[in-house]
Write a protein that binds this ligand. Structure first.
Ligand code: SAM
Length: 285
């Protein structure tokens, strides 16, 4: 059982100095680049002091804080170290070689946090009036998923539902691309069948985006019910069985030679259009 598998009573927190890449705790942290290790340990890695501060402030559980020797004594780093120890976590002071190896970067961030993963449960999601949710069908690209989580946060969306086999929101690449929004935006996952069953009783309007959509996205009523924006897979778009569950099939009119928009760009266009309608609702216009 490794450091992260330990689900027993919390040990008293401690600060350790680690300089060797062969250290078993460092090996466990490095293994978090693999999905299997993240799933088995229920943990993931986030880089950067700002992200660590945001995550702790938002109530995420930190298991391990790693910081560079050069960051020692910086007040915010010391505060995060104290919070980590106070919550029973481990604090590691490491050299740059170890940090580079953990993060696979030549110029690593000075601080890395290992946090417990947290999924929203689809059955607990009950969208309310004025809310917008994003559902992504089989999203493959970590950069797209991270950008969408970040954009959902910026557009005031309530959360993201991943359907089918998807890329992992807790991979290093996705977390990087979220720029910290992974800690602010609830993310759920479900099979297509579970999503369809949920949709039937959730009282939502599913606005699916489709290249063959019959409705201009600007003409849709985003206000009559909570909205779920349903976006298709990067390569194959939305399968018919999901598209036919939609209340509207929206198209973003394009010019030029491009067949389609990038998934994250299309999601951003839809999110901010829904937001524009909802803001006018709240302003009573
Ligand atoms: N070859 C795919 C297809 O035939 O649908 C292209 C998929 S596109 C890269 C990824 C997703 O972005 C689509 O499934 C759709 O949800 C959305 N999308 C991209 N451009 C769009 C547009 N102009 N109108 C509506 N949705 C669009």
């Amino acid at each position: 059982m490794n450091e992260f598998h330990d689900r027993g009573p919390r040990r008293v927190g401690q600060v350790k100095e680690v300089t060797s890449l062969a250290n078993p705790i460092i090996k466990d942290i490095k293994a978090l680049t693999n999905k299997k290790s993240r799933e088995e340990s229920g943990t993931f890695m986030a880089e950067g002091l700002k992200l660590v501060i945001d995550a702790i402030e938002l109530g995420w559980t930190i298991r391990t804080l790693v910081y560079a020797k050069a960051a020692k004594g910086k007040p915010l780093v010391e505060q995060m170290a104290a919070k980590t120890v106070a919550s029973g976590g481990l604090v590691l002071e490491v050299n740059e070689k170890v940090l580079s190896s953990i993060t696979r970067r030549d110029n690593p961030q000075m601080v890395v946090g290992i946090f417990e993963t947290r999924w929203a449960k689809l059955k607990d999601i009950r969208p309310k009036e004025g809310e917008t949710w994003v559902t992504l069908d089989r999203v493959r690209d970590p950069g797209n998923l991270g950008t969408i989580i970040r954009t959902a946060d910026a557009a005031g969306a309530s959360g993201v539902i991943l359907v089918g086999e998807t890329t992992d929101p807790f991979s290093l690449e996705t977390v990087r691309a979220t720029m910290g929004s992974v800690f602010a935006v609830p993310v759920a996952h479900a099979t297509a069948e579970e999503f369809i069953a949920w949709k039937k009783q959730a009282g939502v309007s599913v606005v699916a985006t489709h290249l063959a959509g019959s409705v201009d996205y600007r003409t849709i009523d985003y206000k009559k019910k909570p909205v779920v924006l349903l976006m298709g897979n990067e390569q194959s778009g939305l399968p018919d069985r999901l598209a036919k569950e939609a209340d509207a099939l929206a198209r973003i009119p394009q010019q030029g030679r491009a067949d389609s928009l990038n998934l994250a760009v299309a999601t951003a266009v839809m999110l901010f259009e829904a937001r524009r309608h909802l803001l006018s609702l709240s302003e009573g216009k």
